[in-house]
Design a protein around this ligand. Structure first.
Ligand code: B12
Length: 293
């Protein structure tokens, strides 16, 4: 993150989330999913975190949840993850620790926190129950101003290092295993979700060709042609990523199956949404591909 987040009017928020204005007001008044600030003229102003929450809420409602249940889920854990955690002493139950490291720049504490979380057994559980909710808290701390831009970069860089290390250390899947290409569209830099997804996918016996952030559409197409993967996975972490992801999906879909993750995954036609739980989605895709292969 660089500068402070933008704010949006109710009309713009309706456009960004695909939720009609009336419904936005209802979700605020009945379920308190968001608490928009007001202008002097009493117009509502929504911030980026509100847009993200409303988008996750809309996805849950679209997939059959009642608004009441969806709101409870979004409020319990803003990522839409379930907050049933192992036990109080486990690092997995300490969701504010990661953000706290962004305040004191203590690299020893940060790296040992990451090591402990990933040593707790199932990688998919560590990602869904701890890493992703902790990253949301980090974003909120940045928005409140308790974590600086440098603090947020310090933490997210360490997370990327740790995920990359875990990925690297996993055994290579055998020849003939299904191959999946994973990365982000042009201009898109929120890499931690796709990297975590790649790590879990590889741990389940899939050959992952990880292409990283900010890949131009022409490179996606050329590489899909050359490698003929069983599937291609991208993410839509912010609303600003939508045009580039839509362009990439249109170009790739005639050649390969495209699947999407990230908060705004439900807003792209021609691709299959993977849901909001990275570990579960990766394990599920691996099962589907390995069973077929
Ligand atoms: C770390 C971080 C960064 C780092 C990223 C480092 C890296 N190497 O990845 C850096 C510093 C680069 C960064 C930059 C920016 N950031 Co930033 N960032 C974050 C932060 C704190 C965590 C991001 C993250 O990894 N989230 C992962 C999960 C937690 O997020 P998610 O997208 O909601 O996804 C959920 C699911 O869909 C699923 N999921 C995610 N990915 C995938 C992938 C697959 C395959 C699957 C199945 C599921 C899945 O997991 C999540 C949990 O359920 C978030 C806070 C937040 N709430 O996310 C802000 C946040 C995403 N950033 C934000 C902003 C505004 C920016 C900047 C525009 C700031 C600026 N002015 O420069 C730039 C844009 C960069 C760009 N061009 O893309 C906003 C985005 C709001 C919006 N517009 O939609 C957020 C939400 C902060 C906020 N609360 O306002 N950022």
């Amino acid at each position: 993150m660089g500068t402070l987040a933008d704010v949006y009017t109710v009309g713009r928020t309706a456009e960004l989330t695909g939720v009609p204005r009336e419904t936005l007001r209802k979700w605020e008044q009945r379920y308190s999913v968001v608490a928009p600030a007001r202008t002097e003229g009493n117009y509502r102003l929504y911030d980026d975190e509100a847009v993200r929450r409303l988008t996750v809420m809309r996805d849950l409602v679209d997939s059959g949840w009642s608004p009441r249940e969806a709101a409870k889920r979004v409020l319990a854990e803003p990522t839409g993850t379930v907050s049933v955690l192992p036990d109080a002493d486990s690092p997995l139950s300490q969701l504010d620790e990661l953000a706290a490291c962004g305040e004191d720049f203590d690299v020893v504490r940060l790296e040992s926190l990451l090591d402990k979380a990933f040593a707790e057994g199932d990688l998919a559980v560590a990602v869904d129950e701890w890493l992703m909710p902790s990253l949301v808290r980090l974003g909120e701390a940045w928005q409140r101003g308790t974590v600086s831009v440098a603090g947020e970069h310090f933490v997210s860089a360490a997370v990327l290092r740790r995920l990359s290390q875990a990925f690297h250390q996993l055994p290579h899947p055998e020849d003939g295993c299904p191959r999946v290409m994973v990365g982000l569209a042009r201009g898109s830099r929120h890499e931690l979700g796709v990297m975590a997804f790649s790590m879990v996918l590889r741990s389940r016996g899939v050959q992952v060709t990880y292409l990283g952030a900010d890949l131009p559409v022409e490179s996606w197409v050329d590489t899909v042609r050359a490698l003929e993967p069983a599937a291609v996975v991208l993410a839509v972490p912010t609303v600003e990523d939508l045009p580039a992801v839509r362009e990439a999906v249109q170009a790739i879909a005639p050649r390969a199956r495209v699947l999407l993750g990230g908060a705004h995954q439900g807003r792209v036609e021609g691709a299959e949404p993977l849901g909001h739980r990275i570990g579960e989605a990766a394990a599920d895709l691996a099962d589907r591909l390995v069973a077929r292969g």
